[in-house]
Ligand binder design. Structure first.
Ligand code: ATP
Length: 349
């Protein structure tokens, strides 16, 4: 097990494209850190630099106390789990799991013992003689996990390991992987573009946007105090409402008809972006704020109401037992749960 330290780690590809801007983070021993962000934000590049599959342009990467920039992947004592499982189709499950150890010259007895132990942990005992083609997607992913476990690495790296599974299996596997990681206590870096996976699995989340770290924090910190409009919009489904408002006599003016009874941390006349999470807004109120509901979206456990507030797009979420209809209706805003952002820079005020 090991702490992982990135000290201004940066990547410029040979064509001059800067895929990862200087990134500094300390991942304590045993922690699971999720790299999350939209397609092309640089998360795979960052993971591949940690794995040693991609050169580091600048900065220092340490695993434990060693700077490993120039170490081959095979010498880094890491195990990687990929989206496509990367199993050998002609080998049995047992052989796939033991392959890395065999390559390292481990004895047959040691390999057998470790494979048996991993199979027990992963509930794969009955499948050891099968080929990967005779397994379900979830079982294949477990074999890939097993192969990582038997190597007894200091660090697990996961590259979108659940992307090829259906929604139900993905939910189940993310719980399994998290439980296993906690039980083994192995420091882990996990890449996903799925914000739910990030929220549910991470000790800490690193949000990337266009090669830049937007925010590093616990899931709660990221959700409750997003550092930018990008993070506010990316983490949470449906995303946080962002309304353009002008500060006007201790309140916020959205347009001529709609003034929100909210005090903003900026001076009279200034523009701000007001962030309101859909689940923080309530239906009903004294009629001073009116929401024009255009669409009611039924989700089973709750309903989403979409429409316009002061002429701007707005959504709120209500429980399944609450009456929900289209048309103009009063709402109550959560004064203690309002977020403010600079409209030019997108940063939290
Ligand atoms: P995805 O979720 O789609 O896999 P990602 O966040 O993992 O995306 P990366 O694969 O790290 O993104 O790519 C980051 C950026 O670097 C992208 O704009 C990509 O086009 C660019 N890129 C990746 N590999 C190279 C390369 N070899 N040469 C030049 N640019 C590259």
């Amino acid at each position: 097990m090991a702490q992982v330290t990135l000290d201004r780690v940066r990547k410029t590809y040979p064509n001059g494209f800067e895929a990862v801007q200087p990134c500094s983070v300390k991942i304590p021993d045993g922690e699971l850190v999720v790299l999350v962000g939209p397609s092309g934000c640089g998360k795979s590049t960052l993971l591949r630099m940690i794995a040693g599959l991609e050169d580091i342009t600048d900065g220092a990467l340490s695993i434990g106390t060693d700077v490993v920039n120039d170490k081959d992947p095979a010498d880094r004592n890491i195990a990687m789990v990929f989206q496509n499982y990367a199993l050998y189709p002609h080998m049995s499950v047992a052989k796939n799991m033991g392959y890395g150890l065999k390559n390292r010259g481990a004895s047959k007895a040691e390999i057998d013992a470790k494979v048996q132990e991993a199979a027990r942990i992963l509930n794969l005992g009955d499948y050891l003689d099968r080929r990967p083609s005779q397994l379900s997607g979830g079982q294949r992913q477990r074999v890939a996990m097993g192969r990582a476990i038997v190597r007894d690495p200091e660090l697990f790296l996961f590259d979108e390991p659940l992307s090829n599974l259906d929604a139900k299996l993905r939910n189940q596997m993310r719980i399994e992987i998290r439980a296993l990681q906690q039980r083994l206590g192995v420091t882990s870096v996990y890449v996903t573009h799925d914000q739910v996976e990030a929220m549910t699995m991470a000790d800490r989340i690193i949000v990337l946007n266009a090669g830049r770290v937007e925010q590093i924090g616990t899931p709660t910190e990221i959700y409750e105090y997003p550092a930018s409009t990008f993070v506010a919009g990316f983490m949470g489904a449906p995303p946080m409402n962002l309304l353009t408002a002008q500060i006007f006599e201790g309140a916020l003016k959205l347009n001529e008809d709609t003034v929100l009874p909210i005090t903003a941390p900026a001076g009279m006349g200034h523009k701000v972006l007001v962030g309101l999470r859909p689940e923080d807004v309530r239906l009903g109120g004294d009629g001073s704020v009116l929401f024009n509901v255009e669409i009611v979206e039924e989700l089973g456990a709750n309903r989403l109401l979409h429409g316009k507030l002061g002429g701007q797009d707005f959504s709120l979420s209500v429980g399944k037992d609450e009456a929900a209809r289209t048309g103009v209706q009063p709402i109550t805003l959560p004064v203690a749960r309002v977020h403010f952002f600079d409209p030019d820079r997108g940063t939290r005020i």
